[in-house]
Ligand binder design. Structure first.
Ligand SMILES: *Cc1c(COP(=O)(O)O)cnc(C)c1O
Length: 425
């Protein structure tokens, strides 16, 4: 990078940590606390604008966004190409319902199917809906194609999974916060330890219709399975005629340095579940992507969504697919990911116990004797870096892929300073 660019970048990193929160910020937080259900515990920052990897709060403080809305903002805030696609579509038509065809859906599903190397796409809105849709497809496939007795289908899921928040999905979560008090639970799921191919093989039977796996577990703390695990899932599914469903809602679409995290393990699942970044950080767009012999089981009237496949979502989704089709975001995530991981590895033994991840995605286990993940995130926030803790002492870094390399280094430096301050306390 040229010196001029470096200096300009440095200028927008200036973060007035000394500025006390304004009354406007306090008021905005109080209003949310008072009237929004308390199903989140946000950091005390009120974001008002975003550009690339940076966001600005209502008092004008700037922060490097190292969460990127759980990878929904992989291509950066206010990405000009994606915004243009959305704006152009806003002026044409935004919603038709699937009662009629619209001129964006056909190209969107064709282009997304091509990106994934599959035949068909079932468009939905949120990630949880993609997961729910895949469960329905897998069960219907089991009864109609595999010949499983009616009502007997089972699906194998992984311990530590995160697939969303609906009643069926929390039924097979093992996180008490996600699950407790939300029963009765949907039956038909079996849990095996993540990464344990032998346990998986022992759990399947003739009524198993699918194995549902995150190729890298995001919410669990960016947990990467042993390298032979996903190939073993693929082999077992082939052998026992079971659908391999890869939940790539967070891991997919560039984050790991590949289009799909499954690519890194050299496996192709039967169904990809996509969401988050598919909507370019603009609208919720999700999809189940697979071949005709599986997705083709759905018949008219059996599944649907008022907003699924709407022309605005499809237009934004097309622009996202076009970005990924160049291979550039994946390449950048791979390159910057190596830089990020090299920086983080140096912190091991200095307040960090372990670092995991792939591409521009890192789970960092903080020494619990030093601080909780939440405390580290609060201190990072004061230094102009927004990150999110998960499971007590783990923090994750997943900045938009458009992040400037120097800004990325700077974020790691801020973490280093926070850990140094904590150990000197
Ligand atoms: C976020 C996420 C979901 C749920 O997506 P929503 O859009 O929040 O419903 C499902 N699976 C994984 C792996 C996720 O990270």
């Amino acid at each position: 990078m040229s010196e001029t660019v470096a200096r300009e970048t440095a200028a927008h990193r200036i973060h007035p940590v000394t500025v006390a929160p304004s009354e406007r910020q306090t008021e905005a937080i109080a209003q949310e606390e008072e009237h929004a259900a308390h199903n989140y515990h946000p950091l005390p920052v009120v974001v008002a604008e975003g550009q690339g990897a940076w966001v600005t709060d209502i008092d004008g403080r700037r922060y490097l966004d190292c969460l990127a809305a759980y990878s929904a903002v992989n291509f950066g805030h206010s990405n000009p190409v994606l915004l243009d696609a959305a704006r152009a579509q806003l002026d044409r038509i935004t919603l038709t319902s699937r009662a009629f065809h619209n001129d964006q859906l056909g190209p969107f599903v064709a282009e997304l199917a091509q990106l994934a190397g599959k035949d068909m796409v079932l468009p939905m809105n949120t990630g949880a809906e993609a997961v729910e849709s895949a469960i329905k497809v897998a069960r219907a496939w089991g009864y109609r194609v595999k010949g499983v007795p009616d009502g007997a289908a089972n699906i194998i899921v992984m311990a530590g999974n995160f697939h969303g928040r609906t009643t069926t999905i929390v039924s097979f979560s093992d996180d008490p916060d996600a699950r407790d008090d939300f029963g009765p639970y949907t039956p038909g799921f079996r849990t095996v330890p993540y990464g344990d191919a032998a346990a998986l093989a022992a759990a399947v039977d003739e009524d198993t219709v699918a194995v549902l796996v995150e190729p890298i577990q995001g919410e669990a703390g960016i947990v990467v399975p042993p390298p032979d695990f996903l190939p073993a899932v693929r082999a077992l599914c082939d052998e026992r005629r079971i659908l391999f469903i890869a939940d790539e809602i967070q891991s997919g679409l560039g984050r790991t340095g590949a289009t799909f995290a499954c690519d890194l393990a050299g496996v192709v699942p039967d169904l990809y579940l996509l969401g988050k970044a598919l909507g370019g950080g603009i609208v919720p767009v999700s999809a189940v992507v697979g071949d005709r012999d599986v997705l083709g089981v759905l018949r008219p009237g059996e599944h649907g969504s008022t907003f699924g496949g709407n022309p605005l979502a499809a237009a934004v989704g097309r622009a996202v697919v076009a970005l990924l089709a160049t291979g550039e975001p994946q390449e950048r995530a791979e390159l910057l990911g190596r830089r990020l991981h090299a920086g983080l590895e140096r912190l091991i033994g200095h307040g960090v116990l372990a670092v995991r991840g792939a591409g521009l995605w890192a789970g960092i286990d903080i020494d619990p004797d030093l601080a909780t993940g939440r405390e580290v995130c609060e201190l990072l926030m004061e230094r102009g870096v927004l990150a999110k803790d998960t499971h007590g002492s783990t923090i994750r870094l997943a900045p938009p892929i458009v992040v400037d390399p120097a800004d990325l280094d700077w974020a790691v430096e801020q973490l280093e300073v926070v850990l140094l301050d904590l150990s000197g306390r």
